[in-house]
Structures are given as structure tokens and as C-alpha cells.
Write a protein that binds this ligand. Structure first.
Ligand SMILES: C[S@@+](CC[C@H](N)C(=O)[O-])C[C@H]1O[C@@H](n2cnc3c(N)ncnc32)[C@H](O)[C@@H]1O
Length: 364
């Protein structure tokens, strides 16, 4: 199986080059409104947002910054196929503007905008992300009543275009092969993800910016396995360092990503070309974790009742019987595009048969 990965320089408010209804899943994280590191980006997108900030009008600035993002959500709704999913990682902001401290509820504003576009909101995920910064304790220290709750979570909003996706005959076979393990389901479909530390934020090239604002590879990887099938097309309109595309490649999905910043796109391309070690290690870990779970079940005298034929391993449910875990064997570039050839791993992994790989994180 071959996947294709396109990296486009452009403004997400106009997803030129992304056909209407062509995308099955969007996983993205926008610049967060009312977070200082994005002030200049929003100033360029919306003069009204810059003017409101200069005038010390926090809520007006919040609204103007979101209005710039609204155009992106409209384009996302256009690009999605019927039954396709939009997953948005976003954090709320806390900030003092003109001496007034308050919470700017970004997640609520994005959800409202997406619902106005007709997307259906579904149960979301709280990503608990420990914050080690010195500003952890905000407000009046140990004196009541002016201390503020520490914010250590972000959201993954999940929305769908229309009703449940319908699958053609060919897609039904790919869907069955894309099943996840029962025990993965139990872990991933939780409303609280507390096991994902934030990503390394260093970007060594100061021409880009001080921090990457990247999410960890595991976050889009998991969402891609949860909400798409092998061979689908995954879009990230705010690609940054290319995390979503690298995760799509690891999961055997095609991808298309956009960013305004050409430096970041170059990093994303390099990251895709180096995505193999992480992809192989992650695929092997899925199988090894499943084998460990099988041992536990056997030890407890409760072996599962079905077999995943491609792996030759026991599985819990009928739906897992065609489950396979693929890994990219070859990744190469031709012109602007990156391609990968994927093949299934066996259930029995030989020592040294797969790379043990950290993500080749792009640091410029
Ligand atoms: C929060 S970062 C995304 C980080 C990404 N998830 C990663 O893992 O590296 C937001 C990205 O959106 C880009 N961006 C901001 N406004 C944009 C726009 N109008 N169109 C396309 N990209 C934009 C920024 O350059 C930045 O890289």
C-alpha cells in the first residue's frame, strides 16, 4: 500500500489545492487566540484584532482573533467528506489585558463556530498536560480570595460532518484491517488523556520562532487510528513542524498539510523523510503491548476467544479478526510530494527486525 504526503505553503483560510469532500479526517491545532506568542500572527491575519489589543480591549481582541480562525473552520467543513471528523487541539488562555485578568475560553468559541457551520459536536477529550512553569500559581498566593486555579489541561474537540460515515465495499475491507485492539480502545476512548507529556518545543532556527508549539506525535497518531481507516486522507491546515503528517505516515494514511511559514514546511518535509524509525518502533510497540496483554489474560486463565488472522494472535472481539499493523518500509520524495510504501508486520517480531526509534524531531 502506498501513501502520498503533500506539504503546501499557504493560508488556511483558503485551502486551495484541497478538493471539496476529499478529506476523511482533520487533526489540527491553530494558533491559540489571546496567547502572547501568537499576537503578531493574528495582527497580520486581522487588523481589528491588533487594534483591539492596542486599545486594551481583551474580549474584542479575543472575538476578532477567533473571527480570523472562523474562515479556517469553514474551509475545513468544505474539505471534509460526509461522516468525516474534525479534531481540534486547543487550550484556553489566561491573560491580563489593561490590568484585567481573565480566562479566554478558546475551546468554547471554536466549538460554537464549528457548530454554526453545521458540524456535529461529539464527546471531547481533556488532555492533561502538566505545567512546570514558574507561573504555575497565579494570583494572590496563599491569601483568599484572589488566587486562581492552575490551568494544566487542553482540549481535543471532536466533531463530525453529518451522520455516521458510510463505507463502500473496498472501504469495508480497509476498515476491518484498520481495527484497533480492544485494550487500545479501552485506553484511547477515554475523556481524559493524562499519559501524553507535551512535545519538546525547541526550534533551533530563530528565523522561525522561539517555540514550535508542536504537539507530541502520539496525539495525532492516536486520533488518526481512532477516526480514520488505512489509505484515508488526513488534513492539517496548521501543519507547523509536520507532526500530523508524520503521524499519518506512521499510521498508513495519506496527508496534506498547510502552513504560512516556509521554514516550517522545510522542517516538516525533513521530518516526513525521517519518520520511519518512530513509525516502526510505534507499530512494534502496539504488537508487543498486545502480546503482553495476551500473557496476562493467559495467566489469569481468560484467553480471548478470537484470532486476528494477519497477526496470528488472539484478540478479544470479532471486529479485530482482520486487524493488521502496518509500517512504512520505504519513504521517498518525488518533486514536492513525499511517498511511503507500507507493509504489515507479523505478530511474532524478530529481535532487531524493526528500528527502535525516537522521532527525528525537527529543530531547524
Ligand atoms: C499551534 S501551531 C501548530 C503546531 C503543529 N501542530 C506541530 O505539531 O508542529 C500553529 C501553526 O499555524 C501556522 N499558521 C498560523 N496562521 C496560519 C494560517 N492562516 N494559515 C496556515 N498556517 C497558519 C503557524 O505558522 C504555526 O506553525
Amino acid at each position: 500500500m502506498r501513501t502520498t504526503h503533500r506539504l503546501l505553503l499557504g493560508d488556511a483560510r483558503q485551502l486551495t489545492g484541497v478538493e471539496t469532500g476529499s478529506v476523511q479526517l482533520i487533526v489540527t491545532s491553530p494558533p491559540y487566540p489571546m496567547v502572547q506568542m501568537w499576537d503578531e500572527v493574528f495582527r497580520a491575519l486581522s487588523p481589528a484584532a491588533g487594534a483591539a489589543l492596542d486599545a486594551g480591549q481583551g474580549m474584542a481582541c479575543f472575538e476578532a482573533q477567533h473571527q480570523a480562525l472562523d474562515a479556517v473552520w469553514a474551509e475545513c467543513a468544505r474539505a471534509l467528506c460526509d461522516g468525516g471528523f474534525l479534531c481540534v487541539n486547543i487550550g484556553d488562555a489566561t491573560r491580563s489585558v489593561d490590568g484585567e485578568f481573565c480566562l479566554y475560553p478558546n475551546h468554547a468559541r471554536v466549538l460554537t463556530a464549528a457548530m454554526r457551520l453545521g458540524l456535529t459536536p461529539l464527546p471531547d477529550i481533556l488532555w492533561r498536560k502538566p505545567n512546570n512553569s514558574p507561573n504555575k500559581f497565579m494570583g494572590s498566593g496563599t491569601l483568599p480570595a484572589g488566587a486562581y486555579v492552575t490551568y494544566e489541561h487542553e482540549y481535543v474537540l471532536i466533531l463530525r460532518k453529518g451522520g455516521k460515515r458510510s463505507f463502500s465495499k473496498a472501504e469495508q475491507a480497509r476498515r476491518a484491517a484498520s481495527a484497533f485492539f480492544w485494550e487500545e480502545r479501552n485506553q484511547w476512548f477515554s475523556d481524559l488523556w493524562a499519559d501524553l507529556p507535551g512535545a519538546d518545543q525547541r526550534l533551533l532556527d530563530p528565523a522561525t520562532r522561539a517555540r514550535s508549539a508542536a504537539y507530541p506525535l502520539e496525539l495525532p497518531y492516536r486520533l488518526i487510528l481512532m477516526y480514520s481507516i488505512e489509505g484515508d486522507l488526513v488534513l492539517d491546515p496548521f501543519l507547523g513542524t509536520g507532526t500530523t503528517s508524520a503521524a499519518a505516515l506512521a499510521a498508513g494514511r495519506s496527508s496534506v498539510g498547510l502552513d504560512l511559514d516556509a521554514n516550517l514546511l522545510a522542517l516538516a518535509r525533513a521530518r516526513l523523510l525521517n519518520a520511519r524509525p518512530w513509525a516502526e518502533a510505534r507499530a512494534a510497540a502496539r504488537i508487543n503491548d498486545h502480546r503482553a496483554w495476551l500473557h496476562q489474560r493467559a495467566a489469569a486463565g481468560r484467553p480471548p476467544g478470537h484470532v486476528a488472522e494477519p497477526l496470528g494472535l488472539g484478540v478479544m472481539t470479532r471486529q479485530e479478526r482482520q486487524l493488521r499493523v502496518t509500517t512504512p518500509g520505504r519513504v521517498w520524495a518525488e518533486g514536492e510530494q513525499v511517498y511511503a510504501e507500507h507493509s504489515p508486520l507479523p505478530g511474532e517480531l524478530k529481535e532487531g527486525s524493526v528500528a527502535s526509534g525516537a522521532d527525528e524531531a525537527p529543530k531547524g
